[in-house]
Design a protein around this ligand. Structure first.
Ligand code: ATP
Length: 541
């Protein structure tokens, strides 16, 4: 979606949009996610997963692992696919990153503000250009904002600088596109520059958070890899990098796996783990952080079949996100434009992003997972840099053939996935004491069931504990006897527990309990000895 469309869509009804502030506050209040090193004032771009957050994250992680490695999907020919798991080291021989192109090219264009000393990713900045002559004044400032800045803030700045500028008559474009725009003396209209049109004067740019123009530097490349050193002596030879993606471990182990694991192309190598990127502007909570987790799978196939597998995986991965509870209307597939393709994807089918409608991108979408056709780029690079042959020998066909497999890569963010699940689950409900609840798919919910004795006497705790001791061995169950029952329900609504099981004063007589359903708040009486089976069945649905 272009920025112009984004501005248009912003005018649309926003009732479905949840507030990030509310979500972040809930995450802290209920122990999902805390700022890292908070007692020392935090550290930009780093977050800690609290007791509830780690349960949620592990559930998503385990689901991916299960659906990729333990029971991979059934392929187009009706047979289960073969995918093996891997856990490679975060620090690798630095030559890996030279071969992969990260040492030379893994960088973003950055601009600095000389006034505020802030640093921005150039492609995250937008400018407002008047599209009519009446509005355009060659001496007037051109305002620069960080993408996603609320409209009220933009209008406030226009007022503060006393500009006669109407946003509805402006074109909102990425700063990186500025040189494509210009004006003509005759007509004055802002146009995509044809020959003879004058360029927009960059010295008129007013950076975010400053009043005067011309404080932004030219864009410069900034490498995103974190550096460290291995060994006692710190010199050029000891320099190492924290991995910026998990994928390269799959490529460097490709030969080991082909030679030792009796796999045949096509097959996949899957890995979940931490990745580190020194993001210039970490933001939007855990969406863009400097330390995060990825779930990546490299699918090695014959070059002639790459198109088929690319289509297979993009559909399969979208379905997977739906299966873990992300609604179809908040997901979209977006094919990358030619000019955003990574070096490796240019020659192949390209890249499709699976995008989610995050609260801060609403009503637009942001990347959740990328499905890329990496061609044979990585294997060729590692062949060149390591001197080891990566060719695959296929004797299943006549005549036998040798080839370098092509790779289709579904690369998902586990950390971003958690954010999508939280945003998706967050449901306002003014009729409840908690005013909201988290509507997780029960199989992903951090706590599946809570056992609650109505009062702490009359033999109820004993019955409740017996039930709890049995259930806790099957799935994540909490025993909660503190405070009144309304407050306990409210807390479990806030952490998204699908089933609250209350042992009340009738239980000793009728040997039954009440199950309260999170989403409807309906209550159902169920025999004590049937409760566990009831919850277990619901978790499988
Ligand atoms: P972006 O365009 O948002 O920077 P990317 O295209 O560079 O992402 P990939 O290299 O394809 O991302 O990484 C795969 C996945 O890893 C992304 O789809 C995203 O979910 C996740 N990811 C990438 N960078 C970050 C980050 N800084 N914080 C959290 N998750 C990230």
């Amino acid at each position: 979606m272009s920025n112009v469309q984004a501005v248009e869509q912003e005018k649309m009804n926003t009732t479905d949009k949840i507030s990030m502030d509310d979500l972040v506050a809930l995450c802290k209040r209920r122990g999902f996610i805390f700022p890292a090193s908070e007692i020392y004032g935090g550290i930009n771009g780093f977050w800690d997963f609290g007791p509830l957050g780690i349960l949620l994250k592990n559930n998503l992680r385990d689901r991916w692992w299960n659906d990729m490695v333990i029971t991979p999907p059934i392929g187009p020919n009706g047979e289960p696919l073969k995918i093996v798991g891997l856990d490679s080291s975060i620090i690798q021989n630095p030559k890996v990153w030279e071969a992969s192109g990260h040492v030379g090219g893994f960088s973003d264009p950055m601009v600095d503000c000389r006034e505020t000393k802030k640093r921005y990713r150039a492609d995250h900045l937008i400018v407002y250009l008047p599209n009519e002559l009446e509005q355009e004044n060659q001496d007037q400032s051109i305002l620069v904002f960080v993408e996603g800045t609320p409209k009220q803030e933009i209008e406030k700045k226009i007022k503060k600088l006393k500009l006669s500028l109407s946003l509805s008559q402006c074109e909102c474009i990425p700063l990186t596109d500025l040189d494509k725009y210009g004006y003509t003396e005759d007509y004055g209209l802002w146009l995509l520059r044809p020959n003879g049109t004058k360029k927009v004067d960059r010295s008129r740019l007013v950076a975010p958070d400053v009043k005067k123009p011309d404080t932004l530097t030219e864009a410069r490349q900034f490498n995103l890899m974190f550096e460290s050193s291995a060994g006692a002596v710190k010199d050029a030879a000891s320099k190492v990098y924290l991995r910026p993606e998990t994928a390269q471990g799959c490529f460097t182990n490709y030969k080991n796996i082909v030679d030792n694991m009796r796999v045949r192309v096509p097959f996949g190598i899957a890995q979940i783990g931490k990745a580190f990127r020194n993001e210039v502007t970490p933001r939007n909570f855990i969406y863009r952080s400097r330390e995060f987790e990825q779930m990546e799978m490299e699918w090695f196939c014959h070059p002639d079949e790459a198109r088929l597998w690319f289509d297979f995986w993009k559909d399969e991965r979208k379905k997977w996100w739906e299966a873990v509870g992300v609604s179809t209307e908040n997901l979209q597939l977006r094919q990358h434009d030619q000019d955003e393709l990574s070096h490796y994807a240019k020659a192949g089918v390209g890249t499709v992003d699976i995008e989610y409608r995050f609260p801060f991108t609403w009503p637009g979408f942001g990347e959740l997972e990328g499905v890329a056709h990496r061609c044979d780029f990585d294997l060729i690079q590692h062949e060149k840099h390591s001197g080891k042959k990566m060719e695959y020998f296929d004797d299943s066909v006549q005549p036998p053939r040798r080839f370098l497999p092509h790779v289709i890569e579904p690369a998902a963010g586990l950390t971003r996935g958690v954010l999508a699940l939280l945003a998706e689950a967050y449901t306002a409900d003014p009729s409840r004491p908690s005013k909201m609840y988290l509507k997780f798919n029960p199989s992903i919910a951090p706590v599946k069931a809570a056992v609650l004795p109505l009062v702490n006497k009359n033999g109820l705790p004993e019955i409740a504990q017996k039930l709890y001791y049995s259930m806790r061995t099957k799935f994540m169950t909490e025993y909660d006897a503190k405070s009144n029952i309304g407050k306990r329900y409210a807390r479990h609504d806030e952490i998204g527990t699908p089933f609250c099981i209350t042992v009340d004063n009738d239980t000793p007589k009728d040997q039954a309990v009440t199950i309260r359903f999170r989403d409807t708040m309906a209550q159902e009486r169920v025999a004590l000895d049937k409760v566990e089976g009831f919850v277990q069945k619901a978790l499988k649905e």
